[in-house]
Every structure is written in C-alpha cells, then in structure tokens.
Design a protein around this ligand. Structure first.
Ligand code: DHB
Ligand code: FE
Length: 279
C-alpha cells in the first residue's frame, strides 16, 4: 500500500512568482521568505516522493463564481498553468497520477464527501508556486493529484470539515494499491486580508499558535467557525483550512522537519511548515 511521507504547507502569494522569474530570492525583502525552503527541500529530496497530493484553493482560474464546487479533485492526465493576470510566467505542465485520482475520488465519495470530479483542470498560483518553491528547476519529479477547497465564495466548508476531508484523504492514500510514496502539500494563508477596510490585516499571535498547534494539537483551529476565522485571520486568512486538511491526512504523530514565518510578503503573513508522518 502507498505511504504518506509527510506534508509541506506554505503560503502562495502571487508575487513569489515574480520574485522567482526575476531571481530576487536573495533581495533583502525576499530572503527571509526564500531562506525557509532549503531545509524543506533537503528533506523532500531525501524522502523522494512519487506523488504530490496538492490541496489548494482556486482563485477564479478553473472555477468562477457561476460554478463553485466546495471540494473538487483533479482526474486529468495533465494539468497546465495559464495566465491569471498576475504576470507570472507559466510553468511546465504537471503530470497527473490518474490511478490515485480515481482511487481518491472513489474513496472520498464512499465516505460521503460530495466532490466534483475534474477531468480537465487548469491550475493557478496556489498550485504552481508551492511546486516551484519545492522544485526550483521546475522539472517535476512527482506526479500530482490536485484537491481544491472553496475559500473564495461563501458559504465555505468549516475548518472541522476540512480537517475531516484531510483525514479521509489520508485513509484513501494509505489504502491505494501502490508502493508509491506520497507527499501532501497544502497551500494558502496564513493571516491576510487583501481588500476592504481591514486590508493588510495580519494576526501574528494567531498564526504562531496555529503553527504550533499543527504538531501536537492539530484540531485546535477546528473550534473556530469560518466567520470567526475571518475575524481572527482576515478574509483570505481562511485559506488556512488547506493546512488543516493537509495535517488531517498525516494521522496522529508527526515530527516537525522545519518551520518558517515571515511578515509580510505582499499583504500576507507567509508561513512554511514541513511535517514528517510517523512510520
Ligand atoms: C495575495 C495572497 C494570496 O493568497 C492570493 O491568493 C493572492 C494575493 C497577496 O498577498 O498579494
Ligand atoms: Fe490565495
């Protein structure tokens, strides 16, 4: 059966794509952010995952407000990035792991998660940038399965439900008839609000407590409703539900590989956490 090696959860601010394209990783503004990644890359390279299940939120590229699934899973042979208007260069296409996609879909529907199955799917910055941060040469050594959670149009699924989705993803991956090694990637957050009166809102205390909770008390943030999370972390801070889903997939015991937190990148508190799943 397949094995989950662990998770990497990270912010996905579009400006990261510009910094990569312009080679700004060592600039004073960017260095504290990019410096978080080498220890995580070393761990990922040593663990040599075959597949990445990438839990992220689409921002209007693949789904728009007219049709907005709460949960969607990719089942395509290939996923491409296209122009979203941020000026980020498109990346080489990502090969899909179709067998795991269909196993995941069967398993999640079997566990009463009503998901949308996407046999065609384009992926936005929330998917591509974390991949480019993990594999800067953009020669993807993993096949992928995208999992999308709606954090764009209300009503949003609760933090508790997203955690349970992650637990179900974990059960599905561990029952996949394959000797593959799977990395769970979760992207979004941490606290940020891009618009309105509270634009620029960041809650460092909450973010640090949230990061800490992922290790030994991973359900800590599931006590909050989505509206409480908006108040505590900003309108877009609710993207942290992707971190909860990724953590849910790992099971009880984890080892912290590395964590980094830096404010701000753009209007966003940029976090990075890598966790190894217990054997
Ligand atoms: C920013 C952050 C996001 O999560 C996003 O999807 C778009 C923009 C930002 O901070 O600029
Ligand atoms: Fe986002």
């Amino acid at each position: 059966m397949a094995k989950i090696i662990g998770s990497v959860t990270t912010s996905h601010v579009p400006a990261i794509g510009g910094a990569i394209a312009k080679n700004r990783q060592s600039d004073a503004y960017w260095k504290p952010f990019f410096d978080g990644f080498p220890p995580v890359r070393r761990w990922v390279d040593e663990a040599r995952p075959d597949v990445a299940v990438v839990i992220y939120n689409d921002h209007g590229l693949n789904f728009f407000l007219d049709k907005m699934p709460t949960f969607a899973v990719g089942a395509a042979a290939e996923y491409r990035s296209t122009d979203e208007g941020w000026g980020i260069p498109t990346m080489p296409p990502f090969a899909g792991e179709l067998d795991l996609s269909w196993h995941l879909i069967e398993s999640l529907v079997g566990e009463e998660f009503d998901i949308t199955t996407c046999q065609e799917m384009v992926v936005d910055h929330a998917f591509t940038l974390p991949m480019a941060l993990l594999w800067p040469d953009q020669r993807w050594p993993v096949k992928v399965v995208p999992v999308c959670i709606n954090t764009v149009q209300f009503p949003l699924p609760s933090a508790a439900r997203c955690f349970r989705l992650g637990e179900a993803i974990g059960r599905a991956v561990r029952s996949w008839d394959s000797d593959g090694k799977v990395l769970i990637v979760g992207t979004g957050g941490l606290s940020h609000q891009l618009d309105g009166q509270r634009a620029g809102f960041i809650n460092k205390d909450f973010d640090l407590q949230f990061i800490e909770s992922l290790i030994a008390d991973p359900k800590w943030a599931t006590r909050y409703s989505i509206h409480e999370l908006v108040r505590l972390t900003g309108t877009q801070g609710v993207e942290l539900v992707m971190w909860l889903a990724a953590r849910g997939a790992l099971g009880e015991a984890v080892r912290k590989v590395h964590a980094n937190y830096h404010i701000p990148i753009s209007n966003t508190a940029a976090g990075l956490v890598a966790l190894e799943a217990a054997a």
